[in-house]
Ligand binder design. Structure first.
Ligand code: BES
Ligand code: MN
Ligand code: MN
Length: 463
């Protein structure tokens, strides 16, 4: 292990430069205009893996964006770790709020990251994080100290719902055989408080369209007599939650797993400072489902949020118009054992039912994903525990998180393999937001920790 860590130390600068090259490629999966860039990112990832010493590297096309699959088999009697990550990123909008170009990585020092942080779209989610695995692999390979077989599966459609990954997993089931799926695409509590993610929320995402009159109208001539679809949409959305911020869709909570008092007490022991949280976000006070703490509201409780709402006139100046249509995109974060398809159905039925006769309503489902929980009493989890304890000098805490990685449930279903969520980002790293960044501390800590994971996992599996 000394050789591995020395290799990492000696190559710190180069690792960072290589990551910068990857961050410069605008691999925005959501926007078809960037299709070629997404492909170029996949090829860059593949090339980087070849240079890092992975034997079999392939860029496999799908009906959407390609998947990079690679492996280094050492010995069939050793356990196999499959690393999953994504090289695609969210659109950088709104561009004017970025202090430097989203695809021009720079290092900046901040209060949270006094050693500096890498500012770029994808720096934390997820290029900077999966890249740690490539570099950790390189360090182990270069020093002849790989304790496990390694496979990589780095996809390009995570941010748009991983539409083609399920089929890919089924098709390549044999090649994807592994003992554990290792993912760095989540966060730790703080740089001095390591944690391992033990649960993720699921997702149901819908778009709604409310139609009133057959054309836009003069808001003076018709206003007051004809239902305004934007007003109606606002009323409908407002009614989806009661005064306790409890979601009113009938049946919505039917399958929600309630945690025991002891479990809730345990999770609320995790360090959390409400004052700092509010200050970081520039809000005077938090708000959410009555009876639950902020930690619970963002992990073990389901939510309903409008992600976008539009209609009518939003250009310069004022136009007096009573619009014909109004739209909204709505996400529902789900917890065990809610089923995204069932929730989407419940939403659609309810939303159509509450529509007043003055409008027509359409609900279009988007991608969804199942929630996931991971056990802690397994060699897979214990290896992560020991690895983090080793490099942080502090035992990591288990932590359920609010984000979603739908593929985790799918891996379990299709491949029968559980995932370990050993991420190194911080919640305050502004993923999906302007000025996304990733701490240098976090980047290097990840690269140092991963070889320990491989080592401890091999040892634990032998016992
Ligand atoms: N890496 C995130 C998920 C995440 C972030 C989990 C922070 C835990 C902590 C992932 O890239 C993501 O953004 N997922 C999407 C889901 C997808 C279906 C678009 C999400 O959570 O919105
Ligand atoms: Mn991610
Ligand atoms: Mn993301």
């Amino acid at each position: 292990m000394e050789k591995v860590q020395a290799f990492i130390k000696d190559n710190r600068e180069r690792f960072l430069e290589e990551l910068f090259d990857l961050l410069r490629i605008p691999s925005i999966s959501a926007d078809p205009a960037y299709k070629e860039d997404v492909k170029r990112a996949a090829e860059t990832v593949a090339e980087g893996m070849r240079k890092a010493g992975v034997d079999e590297v392939e860029v496999i096309p799908t009906a959407g964006h390609p998947i990079v699959f690679a492996q280094k088999a050492i010995d069939p009697s050793l356990p196999t770790i499959l690393v999953y990550g994504h090289y695609d990123v969210q659109p950088p909008d709104p561009l004017n709020l970025w202090e430097s170009g989203p695809f021009e990585p720079v290092i900046k020092k901040t209060k949270t990251h006094p050693d500096g942080a890498i500012y770029a779209r994808g720096s934390c989610d997820d290029k900077g994080q999966f890249f740690m695995h490539v570099k950790a692999f390189e360090a182990m390979a270069a020093t002849g100290s790989l304790p496990c077989n390694v496979k990589f599966m780095i996809e390009g459609e995570e941010e748009v719902g991983s539409d083609h990954l399920g089929e890919f997993c089924r098709q390549y089931k044999e090649r994807l055989t592994a003992d554990v799926i290792l993912i760095s695409d989540t966060s730790i509590i703080a740089n001095d408080t390591p944690s391992i993610t033990t649960g993720l929320r699921g997702l149901s995402y819908v778009e709604v369209e409310v139609t009133g009159p057959n054309r836009d109208l003069h808001s003076g001539v018709y206003g007051g007599a004809v239902a305004n679809p934007i007003n109606v949409l606002c009323e409908m959305i407002a009614s989806l939650m009661d005064e306790n911020y409890h979601i009113t869709i009938p049946g919505f909570y039917d399958d929600v797993e309630d945690l025991s008092h002891a479990e809730r007490e345990e999770m609320n022991k995790a360090p959390f400072n409400l004052g700092h949280y509010q200050e970081d976000l520039g809000i005077r006070t938090v708000r959410g489902e009555v009876g639950y703490t902020t930690l619970e509201r963002t992990s073990i409780r389901p939510t309903l949020d409008v992600n976008g709402i539009w209609g009518g006139y939003t250009g310069e100046g004022a136009k007096t118009v009573l619009p014909a249509k109004a739209f909204a995109k709505i996400s529902m974060r789900l917890v065990p054992n809610q089923d995204p398809d069932k929730i989407t159905k419940l939403f659609s039925q309810h939303f159509r039912r509450i529509a007043p006769p003055s409008v027509k309503v359409e609900v279009r489902p988007h991608h969804g994903g199942k929630p996931a929980v991971t056990p802690t009493d397994t060699p897979e989890y214990q290896a992560a525990y020991r690895a983090m304890e080793q490099t942080f000098g502090k035992a990591p805490l288990p932590k359920r998180e609010g984000g979603s990685i739908p593929i985790v449930a799918l891996f379990e279903e299709v491949l029968g393999v559980k995932s370990v969520l050993m991420g190194f980002g911080l919640d305050s790293d502004a993923i999906h937001s302007p000025n996304e960044h990733y701490g240098l501390f976090n980047f290097y800590k990840g690269i140092e920790t991963i070889p320990y994971y491989h080592k401890y996992y091999a040892e634990l599996k032998q016992d």
